[in-house]
Design a protein around this ligand. Sequence first.
Ligand code: CA
Length: 364
Amino acid sequence: MLMFLAVAFSLVARPADTQLQRQYVSSQPVNLRLLYAQDMATVAVTPEDATCGMQGSQQICSLVDPRICQNCLASDPRISHLPELILDPSNSTYWQSSPWGDAYPSPFVVNVTVSLLNKMYILEGDVTVRFRTSAPEAMVLQKSRDGGVTWTAYQFFSIDCVADFSMEETNSVSVIADVLAPSCVKPSGSDAEPGVYMIKFDLTGKLNPLIENKESFYSELEKHGPLWEFLTLTDLRLVLMRPASSLSGGASNGAKLHYGIYSIDAALSCDCNLHGRYCELDNSTSQVHCNCTHNTEGVSCERCQAGYQALPWQPGSNLPFPVGTANECQVMAVLSGSCPHNNFTVNPKHPSVVNRTAPGCSSM
Ligand SMILES: [Ca+2]
């Protein structure tokens, strides 16, 4: 398998296991393109004919030099630029939109949606989008937590935030309310690679003020309130709203106005309630589930295994930081007779629960 960009950052910067005997089991961040390679993520562009060459050959011309043009035809692999090239391993292959021509009334809005298969993930770092040549003049990065039914904005991007979104341009964050509220920024990015313009949703920058106090950060996160909702997702969506330099020529400027994306990257960890280190695809059911530890089971390790229900199930915890708490499911002793499991809580490892014997059952 081709290797992708290394996960260079993690909002949950934790010391190595060997140093502190951590109790909980955290899922390891995985790059979005690796999840795609493992059939655990998909990418789609809508409307479908916004991808170039779907209904015959189309000419795509350079914004910088309109005399330089290429043909695009979706049915010809040599000159097709389909959506999957956004998440493929190659940094040089790209998705290309149709030109903004007569077929599209203004505005030319295109959705690029990345969906994670049947599972909630935690965003662990920045979302980066590598555009071909230049970034759109206006776009929104959104996320969904319910498989694409409802969407909320992570970040607005515009060369004119007031005109496009009635928002003042801002970058400042200081309190949690600032972090969680979407802001609008100019689509200014790095063009370190020739022909590539990289735009970033700066999650690490936004979270830095919160992560300084890790006890407080994890305490807030584990309430499963607004911070948890902010960081968890099932889908990411880029709503492309206006191609670069369209203000100068508008839709009539046709072939040189379009969108192109080389890649979308994000580090994500599977939500396993701190009982599983990674997720995997069950090919027989085409469903993703956690590889569970601590005697737990379920898609997200959300229940105790049979015979390990001595105590009620709980998620693991990062607290007290940094060692955390495993909250593992505890084995039950199975006694003779007809006592139901959940009433029989005799536990040789934990004598404190030995005497929780149900009425009518014999005690050990
Ligand atoms: Ca690519």
